[in-house]
Design a protein around this ligand. Structure first.
Ligand code: ARG
Length: 587
C-alpha cells in the first residue's frame, strides 16, 4: 500500500503542476501544529521566490484545486502561505480498512529486495555472556526482524568470538590442570575422547582463572599466545580440545539467547574464516595492496580528506599471527562468496568504530567487495548503572545475563495484582514476557548510539514510557476482544468514520504504521518504532477511557470500534514482535 503521506503529496503535487508550478513544491509533511491540522504543505514559500509571486497567492491557487477533490475535509492557508490540510474521515477510515485486510498492514515489499547480513550477538566462546552482549543481541534482533518484515532477504549471524586469545588461555589452563590428557601429547596418534573433559560450570571457572593468571604472569600470557597460534595453525590435539570448548559453550549460549527470544540463522564465528585467510592474503599481496611495516603485513587505508588519523590495517603480525582485523576481512571474503549480500550490518559496541572503519575501507579499496555493497556500522553506547558507570553487580563484578533476567522477572512478579488469580504457570509466563519487555524496551527506546542508564525500577513500571505499559495496553485490548467474542460480537470488519476526536487521533496514528516501519528500517532506529507504539498506546487509552465499547448500544458504532481496536492490537503486537517482545494473554 502506498503511504498516506505519499498519496496526499501526489495530489498536492498534481495541483502545483496544474497551476503551472514545479511538482516538487507540493510535498506534504506531517503537521507541526496538530492542534490546527493533520498535514501541511509549505511549498508555496520557496515557489514564491522562484515564480516571483506572493506565497499566499500561490497557496490560494492550490487551495482552489484541492477543495474540489474528495480527499480533504478542509484545506486552508495560514501565516505567510502555509497550506494546512485535514483529510476526510471516510478517506481515513477507508485507508484503515485496506490496512486491516493487508497481511503487512500497509507495508509494501521493496521493488528490489536486498540480501542483508546482520552481524550481531558477537558472544565470545568460553566466556559467560554478560550485559555488554545484551545490547548487541537486542538491537540486532530488532533490526533483523524489521528488515525481514519489509521483505528483504535477511541473514542473522552471531559471529562468535571463537578463535582468539581467550581460547589459547583456556587451552593452557586445562593443560596446567590435566597435563596427562591426550590433547597435549604431540605424538598422539589415537582417537580423541568424544566427551569433553569439562562441564560448562567448570569452563566458566577455568576462563576467569586463566585470564587473571595471564594478566599477572608474562610466561602464562606467552603460553596462551603460543597455544592460540598453534591452534590457528591447525595443531590436531588443540583443534580437538577447541571443538569441545566450542560445543559446551555454544550449547550454553544457545540457551541464553533463546531465553532472550533472540534467534540466529547462522552460528558461524571467527574460526570459520580461517580457511579463507591464505587465499585472501595471497590475493592482497599479489595485487600489491600490502606492504611491510616493522615486520607486519599492513594496508594503508587513510584518505586525504580524513579529519582524524586512521592507521593502516594490520593483516598479519610480524610473527605471522592473525588478528581481529584479519578474521573480519576474511569473514567478508567468505560472505561475499557464499551470499553475495547487498548490505552487511554490524551491531557492535561503538568503541569498535575505528576497527570497522579500517576493515570497511580495506575491503572496498582492495575490491574484496564491489562498490555497491554497503557496510553499515551500528555502534551502540554503553549500558550504565545508576552511578553512570558501566553496569555492574552489587559486588562490583560483571553481571551475568541470566542473573539480570532473573532479577528483573522477580521485580515484575512483585508488581502483579494478587486479585487476578493467576496460576503458578501463568505467573511464570507473565514474568518472563513482561520482564523481557522491560529489559528490551528499556534498551530499544533509546537512540542506539547513546549510553543509557539501566534503571530496573523505572523500566518495569506498568505506566509511562515502558515495555510493560505497552504490553498492558495490548493485553487490555485483547481482554475487550475476548469479552466481545464471548458475546458473539464477531461481525467486525468495517471501520466507520470516527465519532470523536480521540478516535480520529487514534486512526490517524494507525495510518502511519508503514511510514514508521520504513523509517526505522532506513535509519536502523528501533527507537522510532518504540516512540510510535508509545504514542499509539496513549491514544488508544484516551479513546478507551472516553468510550464504553462493550456496552455501546449502537451496533454499527460498536462494530466499528471493535474493528478499530482489533487493528490497534494487531499493530501493537506486530510492532512488539518486531522488537523481539512477546505479549502475554493476561497480566
Ligand atoms: N566478539 C566481539 C566482541 O565481543 C564482537 C564481534 C562483532 N562482530 C564482528 N564481526 N567483529 O567484542
Amino acid at each position: 500500500m502506498e503511504k498516506l503521506i505519499k498519496i496526499l503529496s501526489r495530489i498536492v503535487e498534481d495541483a502545483f503542476e496544474q497551476c503551472g508550478y514545479e511538482r516538487n513544491f507540493g510535498n506534504v509533511t506531517i503537521s507541526n501544529r496538530p492542534d490546527l491540522c493533520q498535514f501541511q504543505c509549505n511549498g508555496a514559500l520557496p515557489a514564491s521566490k522562484k515564480y516571483k509571486k506572493s506565497p499566499i497567492q500561490i497557496a490560494n491557487e492550490i487551495l482552489e484545486i484541492l477543495k474540489n477533490t474528495n480527499v480533504f475535509k478542509d484545506v486552508f492557508s495560514a501565516g505567510p502561505g502555509f497550506i494546512n490540510i485535514n483529510i476526510k474521515d471516510n478517506f481515513l477510515a477507508d485507508y484503515l480498512n485496506d490496512m486491516s485486510k493487508d497481511k503487512k498492514y500497509g507495508c509494501s515489499k521493496p521493488a528490489k529486495p536486498m540480501t542483508i547480513i546482520v552481524d550481531y550477538g558477537g558472544a565470545n566462546v568460553a566466556k559467560p555472556l554478560h550485559v555488554g552482549h545484551l545490547r548487541a543481541a537486542i538491537i540486532g534482533e530488532a533490526i533483523k526482524r524489521i528488515s525481514r518484515f519489509l521483505g528483504h532477504n535477511v541473514i542473522g549471524d552471531v559471529h562468535l568470538g571463537d578463535w582468539g586469545l581467550q581460547i589459547g588461555m583456556v587451552i593452557s589452563e586445562i593443560r596446567r590442570r590435566m597435563p596427562e590428557l591426550p590433547y597435549f601429547v604431540e605424538s598422539y596418534k589415537g582417537e580423541y575422547p568424544e566427551e569433553a573433559p569439562f562441564t560448562i560450570d567448570e569452563l566458566e571457572e577455568i576462563y576467569p582463572a586463566a585470564s587473571s593468571l595471564a594478566k599477572s604472569n608474562i610466561e602464562a600470557m606467552e603460553e596462551a599466545r603460543k597455544a592460540t597460534f598453534e591452534l590457528q595453525s591447525g595443531r590436531k590435539g588443540y583443534i580437538a580440545l577447541w571443538k569441545h570448548i566450542l560445543n559446551v559453550s555454544v550449547e550454553d549460549l544457545k540457551r541464553n539467547y533463546s531465553a532472550l527470544n533472540v534467534e540466529f540463522d547462522l552460528w558461524m564465528g571467527e574460526s570459520d574464516s580461517q580457511k579463507y585467510i591464505n587465499e585472501m592474503v595471497n590475493y592482497l599481496e599479489e595485487n600489491n595492496y600490502t606492504h611491510k611495516s616493522e615486520g607486519a603485513l599492513v594496508i594503508d587505508v587513510a584518505k586525504e580528506t580524513d579529519t582524524y588519523t586512521i592507521p593502516p590495517i594490520i593483516i598479519l603480525k610480524s610473527d605471522g599471527a592473525i588478528l581481529y582485523s584479519t578474521t573480519d576481512l576474511a569473514t567478508i571474503w567468505q560472505r561475499v562468496k557464499d551470499y553475495n549480500p547487498d548490505q552487511i550490518i554490524y551491531v557492535v559496541d561503538k568503541r569498535q568504530g575505528l576497527h570497522f572503519e579500517q576493515v570497511f575501507r580495506c575491503a572496498k579499496k582492495t575490491r574484496i567487495v564491489n562498490e555497491n555493497l554497503s557496510f553499515d556500522f551500528i555502534g551502540f553506547g554503553t549500558m550504565n548503572g545508576k552511578d553512570g558507570r558501566p553496569f555492574k553487580t552489587r559486588e562490583g563484578g560483571v553481571m551475568r545475563l541470566q542473573d539480570l533476567i532473573r532479577i528483573i522477572q522477580d521485580n515484575v512478579v512483585s508488581k502483579l495484582d494478587d486479585n487476578k488469580g493467576f496460576s503458578e504457570s501463568e505467573i511464570y509466563d507473565i514474568a518472563r514476557k513482561v520482564g523481557l519487555s522491560a529489559l528490551k524496551y528499556g534498551d530499544l527506546s533509546n537512540q542506539v548510539t547513546k549510553d543509557y542508564i539501566f534503571d530496573m525500577e523505572k523500566f518495569s513500571y506498568f505506566e509511562g514510557n515502558t515495555g510493560p505499559y505497552i504490553l498492558y495496553t495490548t493485553v487490555r485490548i485483547k481482554s475487550i476482544l475476548r469479552k466481545a467474542s464471548e458475546e458473539k460480537m464477531n461481525n467486525i470488519d468495517v471501520i466507520c468514520e470516527p465519532y470523536s476526536q480521540s478516535e480520529r487521533d487514534l486512526m490517524l496514528k494507525l495510518s502511519k504504521f508503514n511510514e514508521v516501519i520504513e523509517f526505522s528500517f532506513l535509519e536502523k532506529a528501533p527507537n522510532k518504532l518504540c516512540e510510535y507504539i508509545y504514542d499509539l498506546s496513549n491514544l488508544f487509552n484516551k479513546f478507551y477511557h472516553e468510550n464504553k465499547i462493550i456496552s455501546e448500544e449502537n451496533i454499527e458504532k460498536k462494530n466499528s470500534w471493535l474493528s478499530l481496536i482489533t487493528l490497534t492490537k494487531n499493530i501493537l503486537e506486530t510492532s512488539l514482535d518486531l522488537l523481539g517482545i512477546e505479549v502475554p494473554d493476561r497480566m
